[in-house]
Ligand binder design. Sequence first.
Ligand SMILES: [Zn+2]
Length: 256
Amino acid sequence: VIHVVSVDIVLRTHPLIRYFNGFLSLFEDVSDTLAFVSGILRLSTKYYVQRLRQQCIDILGRKIPTSFLTFRSRRYSEFSADICFSIINLARETNVPEWLPFMFYLCARLPTNLVLNGTAAAVLSWKDRAICLAGRAKLLHAQRTISYAPFIDIKHSASCENHPTLCASRILETNWINWERQIFVEIFALESHTPISMKHHVCPPCVEYAMLQHREGCEKVWDILPGMFQLGSWEDIWNRQNDDISIMLTSIFSPS
Ligand SMILES: [Zn+2]
């Protein structure tokens, strides 16, 4: 116990740590944030310095969405394969499962060879490579049957301005083959898109109706995202993340 407390004191009083929050404004992109946080998160987890650990989780967590609302609020082009693999490995090592669903989502969009072989900087464990590739198949299915279903199983709006079947048949006519091919191959299950040709051929109420169902579908896919990568539900993730830390702290600090 003395050993743990002394490490705790060192971590709390180290000059770098005292100015920890001051460093935050320096890191705009996820790559710098990850480089800054990963070592401290590993150490604070290893020595159960809970406050510091939570600070690290909060800092990097600002870049990684854990709700549909935060997912919709930004873009993710800065997440390279290196970064995705590194964050998954870090999350596994330091027990932060809340980062995993979205990171697996991004990995599932990468070429299979890249997922299998990794990069010079980071490689996933065999288990996570298998989880990622199996999850990709589930995502494609969810994309086709949930978030993009309104563009496949076409239903016209009750306030359709054309003949009831006209809008539906026009959607089918419009460059549909390209769309269908993409839906079966590329992953964009969470992203909102409007088929451009749809706006030219379908009345506004029908476009609006399809888009509403589509956006609700994207949120449904977000809700079941963890299950596609063997992580249970979002609630399971929060419970596991908090429980594991409570167990660690109890076992270290309770009198034996
Ligand atoms: Zn219509």
